[in-house]
Design a protein around this ligand. Sequence first.
Ligand code: M6R
Length: 604
Amino acid sequence: MCGITACVADDDVVDTVLTGLENLEYRGYDSAGIATLNGAGVRVHKREGGIDELVAEVDGVDLHGEFGVGHTRWSTHGAPTDENAHPHTDCTASVAVVHNGIIENYAELRGELSAAGHLFTSETDTEVIPHLIEDELAAGNPPEAAFRAAIDRLEGSYAIAALVDGTEAIFATRQGSPLVLGVDDGRRFLASDVPSFIEFTSRVVYLHDGDVVRLTPGDHTITDADGDPVSRPVDTVDWGSEDAERGGYDHYMLKEINEQPEALERTINGRITDDGRVALEEFPEGAFDGVSEVHFLSCGTSHHASMYAQQLLRDRGVPAYAFTAGEYATTPAPVSEDTLVVAVTQSGETADTLASLRSANARGARTLAVTNVVGSTAAREADEALFIRAGPEIGVAATKTFSSQVATLTLVIERLVADVTGAPSEDSEAVLSALQELPDLVDRVIRQSTASSLANRYAGSDGHFFIGRGVAYPVAREGALKLKEISYEHAEGFSAGELKHGPLALVTADTPVVAVFSGKHDRKTLNNVEEVRSRGAPVIGVAPESADNVAAAVDEFLAVPETHPDVAGILANVQLQLVSYYEANALNRSIDKPRNLAKSVTVE
Ligand code: M6R
């Protein structure tokens, strides 16, 4: 959802800014641009299309500058055109701004600025910012004061970086959109996300809302909205550039599917004792005493992980509700101080999830963020945070983070159930032991999967339906989301019993049905398989390898190793990831950068 990047150094930063943009392209790929400053004015190059087109355009152009900002866009206000690409400039072309987020009062500001004679060249909300800075400079304010005065006028969410001609600094701020500072000996970096500059430095400062940063070569200052200095620690991220690269894989998605065994190792490492108990440092025994019910808030894949967790909690007798965050933000469920509200979000920056989290915070619930990103807004704004430790996920389609989310939530659930019921769940030992085996089992799924052989047969069908019961239901939903997201094929996921209440009308010989089995409730789902087969639909069954009854009832059988049914859904989901990947590949889709999508959706 737009990526911004910036660098200051005492030599040319053009290549660094372009590299930073390439590393951020998963955040948006409608258009891209760069602006530099080198004592001879602000130079801007921007264009519709991906970063490679921008790189080709600036090849041979003298953009040289020690101060640079860059932007990769996921369009909100205005079509993906050259004019709407960032950076945006003022009337005098001496201020250049890149922005991620939405300026909600832009129409009013634009009207006011236009009436005062400012000329606008784009349809974006962002363009008001350089014009506001221009006005403040014209009023005699020094550049930093002009920047502060301009952002004071903004309502909405933003991460902004600005260059001002004649000023040896970059100014930046954030409010509701992510912005991270990178610290290196002679250089400073800014970006929407750490992968942008991880190949240059692993030392980072997570900025807070309202922070105003001034970057100069080898130095930075951070002040609050009143201009008072604030101190933010420099952290070191525990992963490197190789984690954010494609390695030898054709796509990030395939790399990240293959990384699941090691991601899961990290997720559970040190969190289960040798004698089979949950050992969450953040949540010792008794940490969840008094919790009466659990709300999960999340979107997309994270919502499916939450639905999975909801099912596990209900199975253990604890009231649990998985809400889509966008709905909860506007129509929240009642909470009390005994309600544990869990925001599940890979990025920790999804606007809908943050809005719903804020609603729960404001109403006095106890809040917990389960996220992949240390320093993210969700991690900071929730009362407590637990990290899934999946490592950076670059592919727009979430894969390894789903597995790590479900594994993390399972640990939380076993801790919580023991606390609120006074005893570990009946299956606690078996489930925790299954979690410990999970990395090896996922590895087996990946090595032995025959999903690629199905791709040519089913890619291009009229539609795909995914069905499952219990934990297999959210997995069916996730399988459908993954397929539609990267293959652009129509796909829907249903609870298996629901199909006959309407969707069955759509089932034909050209709509494969993917039936997911966990080893629990399988007999009923087999009945639903019979219903669709008798309408001529081919059925792909994903089930534990010993499920001979399933193997005999379906056209294609994708086996997963035997494990506890509560964990089996994670294995089945890996098969579905592979089905989607190979179908999308057979259709020659843009797998890592699906049309209209972006990795992190930072607008509501
Ligand atoms: O970062 P989050 O987990 O909060 O993101 C939520 C969704 O936007 C995300 O899961 C999206 O659905 C994925 N692209 C699906 O693969």
